[in-house]
Write a new protein. Structure first.
Length: 525
């Protein structure tokens, strides 16, 4: 029996080069034809008049490893046109291992996974197959690997330990991972020397994967520290690299990218269309050696009067000197995820305002909050140097830029990038300011990341390619703001994954054709 067809009628079909008013026919999960499509009995016809048909967007940096099973998260992604998310970011996620390390340390970023309780990359990828409406690709997280072999050790790995870690990475790559990720401002990645990371990148290079890095040093004016290390790793392992959420002034970003390419490094990067960041409060303002301890031990330290006095005397002056924060850090940290019921009222307030409302000294309040919440607190982080749309457009003009949200869905007061990034790319950089054409948007948000991460025949609307499709209205817009981050994007009401309608008339259909994507050439679906 011939499978039924879906016909998207009368839209503006966008490829990486052109816009063509045409019909698009989908059958058996793939695009069958683009052009004038004669109707057949039984066709599911969708009127796309006045709308743009784009290849489904690939979020090159997302934190939906466990949250993707939540229907509200699925809706938030699909309402932006996202059909694939790359997870396993910043060096921390569930596999390999039993997932407990990631669930504890990244509780305020990734949250728990509802079904995965052990095994490896293959088991984790299988947990997504046919269970969710979007696709997920996975990076082997280097800190998770390090924790499996070294535990909480704050030293370089021995040669034998490095070999064991490289074997875990090689196994993950063989099971379909897209590459290796590091988070070198998080623990235990902050304790890993450059040569150790380069050794883990060697099996990635052999498998044709990519090294993805949250670089060391906090970015901004310290970005050179991170890019110098990336260059050394790339040269040692002969591996292509992708820099996560590259945020700094345009001259810094573009100058360092040019330097990396001059030194022979194949480099791409993602950067979201907002100035503020979002991260763990403990990572931002506590010593890494303290954050690296088991949570109950860290809590006892935070409650101990002598330890608090020492932190106030010896550590917080260093926080005040950080280029990314400085002495204004209490006003720059806007609380997002605050799970303890006694402090839930503080979500959506800065540390400065919350401490004032509590009638407490801000350092004491912060330490009390972290201890009560078992360090499970995230926040939107302001930056000292604001950048407007023109600055971001200058960065995004680099040919290596790819779309990424760095979206985190844990908390009652999210960063708006989680629900707005890809709609904001289109509104700010295509519709309102003409920085990109629609074909350029298709390349940056779909085709280029699909190629970079080896996602197979995704990222273009051509016959024979997998039918991941976003139908986008010309008035597409992000609606989430820092004050009201829960608002869904508008203008994307119909989305198809592998030819299956997963969003119709702006609502979930309940169908789950998504998959854990294996690297192309390694069983990619």
């Amino acid at each position: 029996m011939t499978p039924p067809r879906v016909v998207l009628r009368g839209g503006n079909v966008v490829t990486g080069e052109t816009i063509t008013r045409a019909d698009l026919c989908v059958r058996a999960g793939r695009i069958e034809a683009v052009g004038e499509i004669a109707p057949e009995p039984g066709d599911d016809v969708v009127d796309c008049s006045g709308r743009y048909l784009l290849p489904g967007f690939v979020d090159a940096h997302a934190h939906v490893d466990g949250a993707i099973f939540d229907s509200s998260v699925q809706l938030a992604l699909l309402r932006q046109g996202i059909t694939t998310a790359i997870v396993g970011q910043d060096g921390v996620s569930y596999a390999p291992g039993d997932g407990r390390y990631a669930t504890e340390y990244f509780a305020a970023i990734n949250g728990p996974h509802p079904t995965y309780s052990g095994g490896g990359v293959g088991e984790l990828l299988a947990s997504y197959d046919g269970a969710v409406p979007v696709n997920l690709g996975y990076l082997v997280p280097a800190s998770t690997v390090r924790n499996e072999v070294l535990g909480r050790a704050e030293r370089p790995a021995t040669p034998a330990e490095t070999e064991r870690m490289a074997d875990l990475v090689a196994t993950g790559m063989a099971e379909g991972a897209l590459g290796l990720s590091t988070g070198l401002d998080y623990v235990p990645g902050i304790f890993a020397p450059t040569h150790e990371i380069a050794a883990l990148c060697q099996p990635v290079a052999r498998a044709g994967g990519v090294y993805v890095s949250h670089m060391r040093g906090g970015y901004e004016h310290n970005s050179r520290e991170g890019t110098d290390e990336v260059v050394e790793i790339a040269k040692r392992a002969d591996v292509p690299v992708h820099v996560s959420h590259f945020h700094a002034e345009p001259t810094i970003v573009l100058g360092l990218l040019q330097q990396m390419r001059t030194e022979g490094v194949d480099v791409t990067f993602d950067a979201y269309p907002y100035t503020r960041g979002c991260t763990l409060v403990a990572m931002a303002i506590l010593p890494p050696e303290l954050v690296n301890r088991p949570v109950p031990e860290a809590e006892r330290t935070l409650r101990d009067p002598a330890a608090r006095a020492e932190l106030r005397r010896d550590w917080f002056p260093l926080v005040n000197e950080r280029p990314s924060l400085g002495p204004d850090w209490p006003a720059m940290i806007l609380l997002g995820h605050v799970p303890h019921p006694d402090y839930a009222w503080a979500a959506g307030a800065t540390l400065e305002d919350a401490a004032e409302q509590a009638g407490a000294d801000v350092i004491d309040f912060t330490l009390d909050l972290l201890a009560a919440c078992h360090l499970e607190v995230n926040a939107t982080m302001a930056v000292r140097y604001r950048r407007d749309t023109r600055d971001l457009a200058e960065i995004f003009a680099d040919p290596g830029h790819q779309g990424g949200s760095d979206g985190i869905f844990i908390g009652s007061h999210l960063h708006p990038r989680a629900k707005g990034s890809f709609a904001r790319y289109l509104k700010e950089f295509v519709i309102d300011n003409d920085h990109w054409t629609w074909p350029e948007a298709a390349r940056r948000l779909s085709e280029n990341p699909a190629r970079r991460f080896r996602l197979g025949e995704r990222g273009r609307l051509e016959p024979g390619w997998i039918a991941d499709i976003a139908v986008v209205a010309p008035d597409v817009a992000d609606r989430a703001t820092y004050e009201q981050p829960e608002r869904l994007a508008g203008g994307v009401d119909d989305v198809f994954v592998a030819g299956v309608a997963v969003l119709r008339a702006g609502g979930l259909t309940g169908r789950t054709p998504g998959a854990g994507l294996r690297r192309s050439g390694g069983g990619n679906r």
